[in-house]
Design a protein. Structure first.
Length: 152
């Protein structure tokens, strides 16, 4: 798209998800430069450095997603069947934890003690905090609650 070439909807979305995936596993974006023209050049050339700490399977799927040619870029079915994704699926299936909550659809359980810390230590309004927690909203209140809970 930066080069002004034909828009390939799904394949462009795969590229975008690859940038997000890279950021999730690496902890930073694959393409960065303070000068916009240099940033665009890096994106068009897929000029990024692969972190050494990533597994070979993870590096492989990133390389296939961040392929600059939309015609040869990995497809959704290939992503699903990639060794990295199969390994991640096995790991998820092996865990015996509860599935996550759906924000806004399910009430999030919370403890009165931690709620009091939100109110006392962070001066959050009680009624609003309860509404945010119960709705499992993704905002500063629920983020603070989860961080306090994790720290405990």
């Amino acid at each position: 798209m930066i080069a002004g070439k034909r828009y390939h909807g799904l394949q462009t979305d795969i590229w975008s998800s690859g940038v997000v995936f890279y950021a999730m596993v690496a902890g930073y974006l694959p393409f960065e430069d303070p000068k916009t023209s240099n940033l665009y050049k890096k994106i068009m050339a897929a000029d990024y450095q692969m972190p050494k700490f990533l597994s070979p399977e993870c590096k492989d799927i990133i390389q296939k997603i961040l392929n600059t040619d939309p015609e040869t870029r990995i497809r959704i079915s290939e992503i699903r069947n990639h060794q990295y994704m199969r390994g991640a699926q096995k790991e998820m299936n092996a865990k015996t934890r509860e599935p996550g909550l759906f924000p806004g659809l399910q009430k999030m359980p919370y403890t009165r003690d931690l709620l009091q810390r939100l109110i006392n230590d962070f001066q959050f309004e009680e009624e609003y905090s309860i509404r945010c927690l119960e709705a499992n909203r993704h905002n500063h209140i629920t983020a603070t609650y989860h961080l306090i809970n994790k720290k405990n």
